[in-house]
Design a protein around this ligand. Structure first.
Ligand code: GTP
Ligand code: MG
Length: 272
């Protein structure tokens, strides 16, 4: 894994140029961490990511002054590249900025991980090894929840699971909401060039469905997701669930013209 020689701050969208090596190595991963007001947990996440050997791209999604200071300190200490969105634009937009930045820096893969410490960071090496072995595939977390997970979120996940079955005409995606995954950047950035899968909490779901439509393979690894007491969630029950429902409906109308292709691929045994 190589690391860019400069670890500096960039406004989001101001991508570095001419840093892509002439012959980029096949597997050269980094981490992308979207951050919106998680000042108490983000440092530990970055330190764990760095301890796993990954360079880190932080995307500040219009966080408060307190969180912004923490992110500045991490960048100034050389622990992360920092992209800054002056206004909050949503997790999806932040992740998309981070993925584009990672691609412009010449990375081949990006581990997406949340800043709130809910993901099992001990699993990073396993996810990276899976990505190294299947560099064409998205390596997705298949989340396991404990008793600490809010019931309402679990019901929402079930509903999403059913919609994703419908919208892919398959059970190929057992969970589309877990934000702990490794993206192969080439097919993901190609998708992002054609459409915006979602600006907020709809992104994690829509990007997987659309990558599936495009035939990108996926692999699933079990991973624990925790809700520690006092943890901060910015998931807005009503707003984000309406947004997600609209996104499922949009995907449904995108699935209809693709249905022959999706079913044909399955019949011929060529589903990704
Ligand atoms: N909710 C939210 N998160 C954002 C936003 N922008 C970036 N993020 C980051 O996206 C990640 C997920 O945010 P959370 O608020 O924990 O949402 P979640 O994990 O889907 O929801 P919970 O399961 O309730 O924790 C964190 O790293 C946030 O800091 C935003 O506008 N809203
Ligand atoms: Mg969370």
């Amino acid at each position: 894994m190589t690391q860019p020689d400069s670890l500096r701050k960039h406004p989001a969208g101001a991508l570095p140029t001419a840093q892509t090596p002439a012959n980029p190595p096949a597997f050269n991963p980094c981490a992308v961490i979207p951050v919106y007001n998680h000042p108490d947990t983000v440092r530990a996440v970055v330190e764990r990511v760095r301890a796993a050997g990954l360079p880190c791209v932080l995307v500040d999604d219009g966080s408060s002054a307190e969180c912004a200071r923490t992110l500045d300190a991490l960048a100034d200490a050389g622990l992360a590249q920092l992209l800054r969105r002056p206004l909050n634009g949503g997790k999806g937009q932040a992740v998309q900025d981070g993925l584009r930045h990672a691609g412009a820096l010449g990375y081949s893969h990006a581990l997406q991980v949340d800043a709130d410490g809910q993901h099992a960071l001990d699993d990073i090496p396993v996810f990276l090894e899976a990505a190294r072995q299947r560099p064409d595939a998205v390596i997705c977390g298949a989340p396991a929840y404990g008793d600490d997970a809010p019931r309402s979120r679990l019901y929402g996940r079930w509903l999403t699971r059913v919609w994703v079955w419908i919208n892919t005409l398959s059970s190929a995606i057992p969970d589309a909401m877990c934000g702990f995954r490794v993206y192969p950047l080439a097919p993901t950035l190609a998708l992002l060039q054609r459409c915006n899968p979602g600006r907020r909490m709809d992104f994690d779901i829509a990007v997987l469905v659309r990558l599936h439509w495009r035939g990108v393979p996926m692999a699933w690894l079990p991973t624990q997701v925790t809700y520690p007491p006092g943890g901060i969630s910015h998931f807005k029950g009503l707003r984000d669930n309406i947004l997600i429902s609209r996104m499922h409906a949009r995907l449904f109308f995108g699935m209809l013209p693709r249905a022959p292709l999706l079913l044909g691929r399955r019949l011929l045994g060529r589903a990704p």
